[in-house]
Design a protein around this ligand. Structure first.
Ligand SMILES: Nc1nc2c(c(=O)[nH]1)N[C@H]1C(S)=C(S)[C@@H](COP(=O)(O)OP(=O)(O)OC[C@H]3O[C@@H](n4cnc5c(=O)[nH]c(N)nc54)[C@H](O)[C@@H]3O)O[C@H]1N2
Ligand SMILES: Nc1nc2c(c(=O)[nH]1)N[C@H]1C(S)=C(S)[C@@H](COP(=O)(O)OP(=O)(O)OC[C@H]3O[C@@H](n4cnc5c(=O)[nH]c(N)nc54)[C@H](O)[C@@H]3O)O[C@H]1N2
Ligand code: SF4
Ligand SMILES: [Mo]
Length: 689
């Protein structure tokens, strides 16, 4: 039997068709607007059955006494222990000492609302996501510029500017759209410090110095205005701050800064002109901008390009979403007045979006270890593996050890789960119905529909949260017996029901697509305009215009120690076989540690006397890791690319042993997890030498 749903094995959220036989998932196929033989391929989806039925899946709850071993337990016992802890902190008058940390796979849709609802009704403001290092920080920059995050309509674009994103490995629907547009003659510009497969196909590839993107964006803005290629009608009628932008961008003329960016000024000018003069053009920005110390201003500068060229909310440009009306489930009004979240040092980021709330995950560690602004004593980690994925793993690990009580809700026994007092087995994406980010952020609404029963005794996350809520005295707030009831309740304002969604697996569109909505509605910013200049930022002590304050002094972690750590380390791109720290336990995907390497330019390799296959040590002031070297001209001399995501599999490969969590972006609390200074030494000669 064929069933439609949404895959959530990475954040791409692809609509898929699943083949189920005798109740078991057999295979799955990604749906797309392009013909099957032209679709980008997902290696994980091709082995979905191996992942779902892996013998490594957690199948029962587990508990431990302090100092003892984890042992299997019933749901009743495991949830009872957690509920007792919640009650304990409540009785002590400190519910805010309980935190709920959500990883990437916790999803960004209604499951997010459920956990926030539980915590708010319980009395703790500390439901915290990892958006400070993922796309939410980028989303804030978009929102401060034009009111929401824009999505590229790449399939219809005549020019595509890809900035720090590699969709063929990470976001397959977008990869299909890019490929389609290129097949129709679209021009392609890629900004990436690595010569990726996409960069090889580009008309212009700008091999930017890692972490310096914002300055490049300012230089492009300057060039576009200098050549009078900006969209006069849009700029005059729908923007604020153009004259200031012109003035500030004048300080970043490419000839003056090209050497510092490792770029050829002529190529930058050519890219700026191609992007500004080809209509429509879209700009796809990605995680190459995130995880950078300079994330906020750089992404704001990049965002300004969309308005300068008038491509915002135009067909084939970058469109603004049309979110559907939903009941807010987070119950923020239930939080007692005056309780600050532990992320209080980042007020603008905490409040820029109703749905995201608190996203500076590093503050969880500050609170546990440094009691800053107060102590967290218990943590529920849902769908994340922070001891591997957060900056400065040693510090994150110390924090998990320090807790009085740690609960982990996951599908696999991760390094974080191994440390827990209670581990709860979660059902995977094919085993549960939910509205996820893809389904709710924009029209049309697509249901992630359960297609198989949960594996073993695992429970869907929603069921875990609802049941826990009832056990801590919140039965009235969690009256729903099924997830369908909860979804119906949430979707009531837009009049869409679960059955309707099931009948329409490609989605229910509540409102017809509209472009250039700003002509009628304005932008959802304080001025109602596209804000090159943001008074709201300036009133809050931040640069109102990107780089009007010269930008950050340090764009790369440990740059003040560059004498000892002379190379720029880049946390590498994502591998289509894996998602962050996940799936190395799946033998068919693991394939002999293929890809777990450090890419070193031949010039640097010669200087360091490193040959292909040598085991090398990469060190920063924080720690060191060891990996085999690959000699490769894909990287710029002076920089190395380190494979990402291998830390759960082997500790010696844990990239975040190297990263720093002290220095952070002042607005979004983002540490420099993507780019940092480091040193390389040969440890063992390779066999290929
Ligand atoms: N140096 C460096 N650090 C990084 C990154 C990097 O590129 N370089 N990437 C950063 C980014 S962008 C992100 S988003 C984070 C990711 O950080 P995490 O979210 O901590 O990373 P994952 O390894 O994806 O962990 C997700 C966990 O959720 C589990 N899981 C999967 N599906 C479900 C489910 O339905 N329910 C539950 N309960 N659990 C589930 C998986 O088994 C896995 O253990 O890492 C960040 N850290
Ligand atoms: N297969 C797979 N898919 C995934 C994931 C996964 O782990 N595996 N993770 C999911 C998650 S959590 C996320 S956030 C998304 C991220 O997906 P993407 O946004 O595509 O991010 P990455 O692949 O991490 O990096 C994109 C590009 O940024 C480049 N880059 C590195 N440093 C810089 C820089 O300083 N400047 C610029 N301009 N570019 C730079 C890298 O070389 C890379 O080509 O993918 C999601 N999808
Ligand atoms: S790209 Fe991610 S969401 Fe899409 S099919 Fe592959 S694993 Fe699933
Ligand atoms: Mo992410």
């Amino acid at each position: 039997m064929k069933n439609d749903t949404v895959c959530r094995m990475c954040s791409s959220c692809c609509p898929v068709e699943v083949e189920v036989l005798a109740g078991r998932l057999v295979s799955a196929r990604r749906k797309s607007f392009v013909a099957e033989d032209r679709r980008a391929r997902c290696r994980k989806l091709a082995v979905a059955a191996e992942i779902v039925y892996s013998d490594q899946r957690l199948t029962t709850p587990q508990v431990r006494e302090k100092g003892g071993e984890l042992r299997p337990a019933t749901w009743d016992e495991a949830l009872g222990r957690i509920a007792a802890r919640f009650q304990h902190y409540k009785k002590q008058g400190e519910p805010q000492a309980v935190g709920w940390l959500r990883g990437m796979a916790a999803d960004w849709g209604t499951p997010w609302d459920y956990a926030s609802r539980l915590m708010n009704c319980y009395g703790s403001p500390n439901t915290i996501g990892n958006g400070s290092i993922c796309f939410v920080a980028r989303e804030m920059a978009h929102t401060y510029t034009y009111g929401a995050m824009a999505f590229a309509e790449a399939a219809k674009a005549k020019c595509i500017l890809v900035w720090g994103k590699h969709d063929a490995d990470t976001t397959l629907g977008a990869a299909d759209a890019i490929n389609h547009a290129i097949s129709q003659g679209a021009r392609l510009i890629v900004v990436d410090p690595i010569q990726t497969p996409l960069a090889k196909r580009a008309d212009i590839w700008l091999q930017i110095k890692p972490g310096h993107d914002g300055l490049l964006a300012m230089a492009m803005i300057h060039e576009i205005i200098r050549c009078d290629l900006h969209d006069h009608e849009f700029v005059e009628n729908f923007t604020v701050g153009f004259e200031q932008l012109r003035e500030v961008a004048g300080r970043y003329a490419i000839d003056a800064i090209a050497a510092d960016l490792w770029l050829d000024p002529d190529r930058v000018r050519e890219a700026a002109r191609l992007y500004a003069s080809t209509k429509p053009a879209c700009l796809i920005d990605g995680n190459g901008l995130d995880m950078q110390l300079d994330i906020f201003q750089s992404t704001r500068a990049v965002a300004c390009l969309r308005g300068l060229t008038g491509n915002i909310d135009r067909p084939g440009g970058d469109v603004l979403p049309q979110p559907v009306a939903m009941r807010p489930l987070q119950a923020r009004h239930r939080l007692p007045a005056g309780v600050q979240p532990v992320t209080a040092d980042y007020p603008l980021f905490n409040t820029f979006s109703e749905s995201w709330g608190n996203q500076v995950q590093s503050c969880v560690v500050d609170a546990i270890l440094d009691k800053k602004p107060y102590g967290l004593k218990m943590l529920v980690v849902q769908a994340g593996n922070p001891v591997v994925t957060m900056a400065d793993s040693a510090r994150a690990t110390r924090a998990m050890e320090e807790l009085e009580f740690l609960v982990v809700i996951d599908m696999f026994m991760t390094r974080t789960a191994e440390m827990a007092d209670v581990v709860l087995p979660a059902a995977g994406c094919f085993e549960k119905t939910q509205l996820n980010r893809f389904a709710t952020r924009n029209n049309p609404i697509i249901l992630q529909n359960q297609v198989i029963e949960p594996v073993g005794q695992s429970w869907p996350d929603w069921k875990i949260v609802f049941e826990l809520g009832r056990r801590i005295g919140l039965a009235e707030d969690f009256p729903w017996e099924t997830v369908e009831e909860a979804i119906e309740y949430q979707l009531a304002p837009c009049g869409v029901g679960v059955e309707q969604l099931r009948q329409n697996p490609d989605g229910v569109r509540v409102e017809a697509i509209r472009h250039e909505k700003y002509r009628q509605d304005g932008f959802a910013t304080p001025s109602g305009k596209f804000e090159f200049f943001s008074a709201r930022l300036e009133d809050n002590g931040q640069a109102g215009l990107p780089y009007s304050d010269g930008g950050l002094e340090k764009r790369i972690s440990f740059s003040d120690q560059h004498q000892d750590f002379p190379l720029i380390g880049i946390s590498g791109a994502r591998d289509i076989r894996f998602t962050n720290s996940q799936y190395r336990t799946i033998p068919i995907l693991l394939n002999d540690e293929l890809g777990c390497v450090v890419d070193l330019h031949p010039l640097d390799a010669a200087g360091l006397k490193v040959a292909a296959g040598d085991q090398i040590q990469v060190a920063t002031p924080k720690g060191s890791i060891q990996m085999p070297a690959r000699i490769s001209s894909l990287v710029h001399p002076g920089s190395i690319r380190i494979a990402w995501g291998w830390g759960d599999y082997k500790n010696q490969y844990n990239l975040n042993t190297l990263t720093d969590d002290e220095l952070r972006n002042p607005v979004t609390g983002t540490p420099g997890q993507r780019t940092f200074m480091c040193r390389v030494e040969k440890v063992v000669k390779g066999e290929g030498d």
